[in-house]
Design a binder for this molecule. Sequence first.
Ligand code: SF4
Length: 505
Amino acid sequence: MKNYDQNEPLVRDIRLSAADSFYGKGCDLLKCAEGGCLCNKNRSFWQANSCQLSLSLMMASTIENAAIIIHSPVGCGVNMSTLYSNVTGGRNKRGLGQNNLVWLSTNMQKVDIINGGEKKLRELIRYTDREYRPELIFVVAACAPSIIGDDVDDIVNSEKENIAADLAAIHCPGFKSRVVASAYDSFYHALIRHLKFEPEPYIDYNPDNYANPYNGDQTALYRYNKARTVNLFNATSMNPDDENEIVRLLQALDLNVQIYTEYSSRDKLRFISEASLNISMCDVHDDYILKYLEEKYGIPYVIQGMPLGKKAIREWLLKIAGFFGKEKDAEKICDYEEKRLDEALKPFLKTIRGKRVIMGGGVVRIAEEARMLKELGMDIITIRPYHYDNEAGGVYSEVAEEFPDTPVAVSTQVFELINQLKKYKPDIVVEHAGKHGWISKCGIPSVNLFSQARPFFGYAGEYAFIKNLAFHLQNNSYAKNLSKNVRLPYHKNWYEKDPYSYIKD
Ligand code: SF4
C-alpha cells in the first residue's frame, strides 16, 4: 500500500518505466523494453508535447455535482471550455441530463510564485463551497504550486472540517512526467486518498435494521447478486455507445454491470467495493486503482487488452467468462456475433482491402486496431503508439508476432508524422483527435482511432469503424483540395531526412 499512502503518486515514467522515443520494427520494441534500453532513448529535438493535467481534468469534469479548482496560473485551464461540450455530450448520450461544469482558478501571479499561493487556495475552496454548493471539490495542483512547494494536501485535509463539500487533491505537475497516461494514476490516487469506496451506515443503509445486507448477516440473495456483479472501468476513451455494446456482451453472460469512474458521483463511488470482479477496458488505463481494490477489498481484476476486432474481443470475453466458469457461453456468443459481423462487413471489404494505413494513438488501442485491420486485409505500414510502458507488454507480444517487420515508432511528434506521410503516402491514416488538420494538409484522408460519435468496442464497434474507414477512403476530396491550397511549416530539407533521425540513445 506504500504508493497509495503518499500525497502524490509516482509518475508513470518511474512506476512503469514508461518511454516516449523509439523507432524500429514490430519485433524489436518489446525486446528493447524488456532489455531496459527503451528508457535510455530520447530525442535531441521536440516540437511539442501534451501535459498530464488536461487528461486528469477530463476525468474529473465528468464527476457529477463536483467543482474543480485549478491551482495554477489561469492558462493551465485553457481546455476547460472544450471539455464543457464533451462532458455535456457524454451526459446527454448517457441520459444523465444537465450538470453545469463549475471550474475556478487560483489565477496565480508572479507575487504568488514568490510568496506562495496557499492563502489564495484556502480562500477559493471556501468561496467555491459557499457559492456553488457542490458535493465534491477537486483541487488540481499544476506545475507552479508543485515547484514552489505549496502544501496542497495539508490545505485540503484541514479545509475538510470547514466546508460542507468533500475535498480531493489531484496532483498534476506537467513538468514531472512526459507520459500523459500518468494522469490516470493522478486522478485515481485522488479518489483512493480522499473518497470512500464502501457503503456508509445511515447514508446507504440502516445498520439498525437487522435485515440490511451490510451488517455481517448477509443474505443469500445479496451474496448471489454480488457474486455476479462486475465493475467496468470506462476511463476517457470509452463513449456511451461503447458502454452499451460492452454491457450487452457482459449481460449475455448473465452479469450485472456497474460502470466506473467517469460519469459517476461521490455517492455512486461508495458502491465500487460491491462487486466480484473489476474489468479494465485497456492495459494502460486502470491498473493503479485495480491493484488498490484488489489489495484493499480482495476483488480480482481482468486486464486483457481492448475488445477491438474479433480476435481481441474473443480473448477479452473469454478471460472474463473464465472467472465465472462460463467459457462455453462466451464461445457461443462470439461464434454467433462473428457470423453476423462477417456478413455485415462484406460490402466494405472491397474498398478497404490492400489499402496502406499509418496508425497512431494510445499504445494499446492502436495495436489492437492494427491487428483488426490486418485481419481484414489492410496493409499496416507503420504503428505509432504515443508512449510505451510495461503494462502494454501483453499486446506488444502479439504485435511482435503478427507485425515482426512492420515499422513501429513511439512518438507523439507531428514533425515526424508529416515527414512519414510525405515519404510513404499512405491511402489513409488512423489517428488521435487533434492530428487530423495536419494530415488533411498533406492531402491524405484520416479517421479517428476513437471518438464520441460512434462505437469502437465490440462487434458494433468494429462494424461502425470499418464503415467509417470505407467512407473516408471513397470521399477524400476535402484533404486533396486542402493540400493544394495550404503550406506546411517545414523546410524542404526536413523531408529529405529520416523521419526519426532525432531519436537518440
Ligand atoms: S505543463 Fe504545467 S504549466 Fe503547462 S499547462 Fe501543464 S500544468 Fe500548466
